[in-house]
Ligand binder design. Structure first.
Ligand code: GDP
Length: 140
């Protein structure tokens, strides 16, 4: 398996509860390396752009409001098969369906406030990394 990169967000419900370190530790313990990280306040247009694929979904406006409700930590993660590994560590979208020991099972408040984002393909990982980071901010 190749070493690849994925994009992660520690969402506002997690930063609000001071869980940045706890979530990052689960990512690191799961075999991923943080090669870029910054804490930002997402603007409405940024969140709308980032979640553009969900524009037609009924929860789109709520999701944008949630993602701009407080600071987030955007990260680039590197490791063996990073996209799949990160999604394993995060668990299912709905914490009620997430496996024991995953970030979402451990920390999520709801299907929306589910503590973490992770890219769903190598192609989207590249798009999402480029959305938030310049090449010289990534120090692997
Ligand atoms: P992910 O790849 O596991 O993050 O899931 P999706 O790409 O399907 O959804 C993106 C994000 O939208 C999720 O992580 C949730 O924060 C939110 N979301 C997904 N489904 C729902 C829903 O049914 N209701 C609400 N309010 N938010 C949702």
């Amino acid at each position: 398996m190749a070493v690849t990169r994925t994009f992660s967000i520690i969402k506002p419900d997690a930063t609000r509860r001071n869980l940045t370190g706890a979530v990052t530790k689960m990512l690191e313990d799961g075999g991923l390396r943080v090669v870029a990280s910054k804490r930002i306040q997402m603007r409405k247009e940024q969140a709308e752009g980032f979640y553009g694929v969900h524009k037609e979904r009924p929860f789109f406006n709520d999701l944008v409001a949630f993602m701009t409700s407080g600071p987030v930590v955007v990260q680039v993660l590197e490791g063996e098969d990073a996209v799949a590994r990160n999604r394993e560590i995060m668990g299912a979208t709905n914490p009620a369906d997430a496996a024991e020991g995953t970030i979402r099972k451990t920390f999520a408040e709801s299907i929306e406030a589910n503590s973490a984002h992770g890219s769903d393909s190598d192609e989207n990982a590249k798009i999402e990394i480029d959305f938030f980071f310049t090449a010289d901010e990534i120090v692997g």
